[in-house]
Design a protein around this ligand. Sequence first.
Ligand SMILES: Nc1ncnc2c1ncn2[C@@H]1O[C@H](COP(=O)(O)OP(=O)(O)OP(=O)(O)O)[C@@H](O)[C@H]1O
Ligand SMILES: [Mg+2]
Length: 170
Amino acid sequence: MPALLSRPCPHTAATEALGRALAEALRARGVPALLLTLRGDLGAGKTTLARAVLRGLGVTGRIKSPSYALVERYRVADRLQFNENLEKQVYHIDLYRFSSEDDWDDAGLRDVLDGRSLCLVEWPERAPALLRRADLDIELVPSGEGRIVQLRSGSAEGTALLDWLATHPA
Ligand SMILES: Nc1ncnc2c1ncn2[C@@H]1O[C@H](COP(=O)(O)OP(=O)(O)OP(=O)(O)O)[C@@H](O)[C@H]1O
Ligand SMILES: [Mg+2]
């Protein structure tokens, strides 16, 4: 049972393939309401990866970077099997401009992160309490012209996703 998985992504297409694989793993698990955190410097590829996950979950139309709006909400394909009692929606969040956890309620984040929806969060370092709760923390580290993507599980469900990825090479 891997708690840590490292995937070389030498170019953008590899990051996108990893995002699609992650979406498939999520679908195989019934799209649980997990917290996925995405870390890495400006331009590391966090939005690229999140976008590929959202596409893999059947989101159509434009997927904007949430850098300005902080939170973007997407409906996922109706045909997807979902765990019971969960909302058929996915949140894509970017906390880069988030200065303090005191802003939490003002930003409406308490409702978003209520454990009923899948959440993809860029710049989780801005909210350390949130980072500690991640089911899967994904870090994009520069490597030459590309990236190495390190995925760490923080819960049994996160580990199940890593198991799925480890047995289904992108
Ligand atoms: N594995 C990779 N190798 C090389 N380039 C990549 C790779 N993955 C993504 N990129 C490129 O890096 C850029 C990443 O931009 P992106 O907006 O995804 O970064 P970000 O981490 O979300 O930045 P920000 O912190 O500003 O939100 C894009 O131009 C993308 O094509
Ligand atoms: Mg981004």
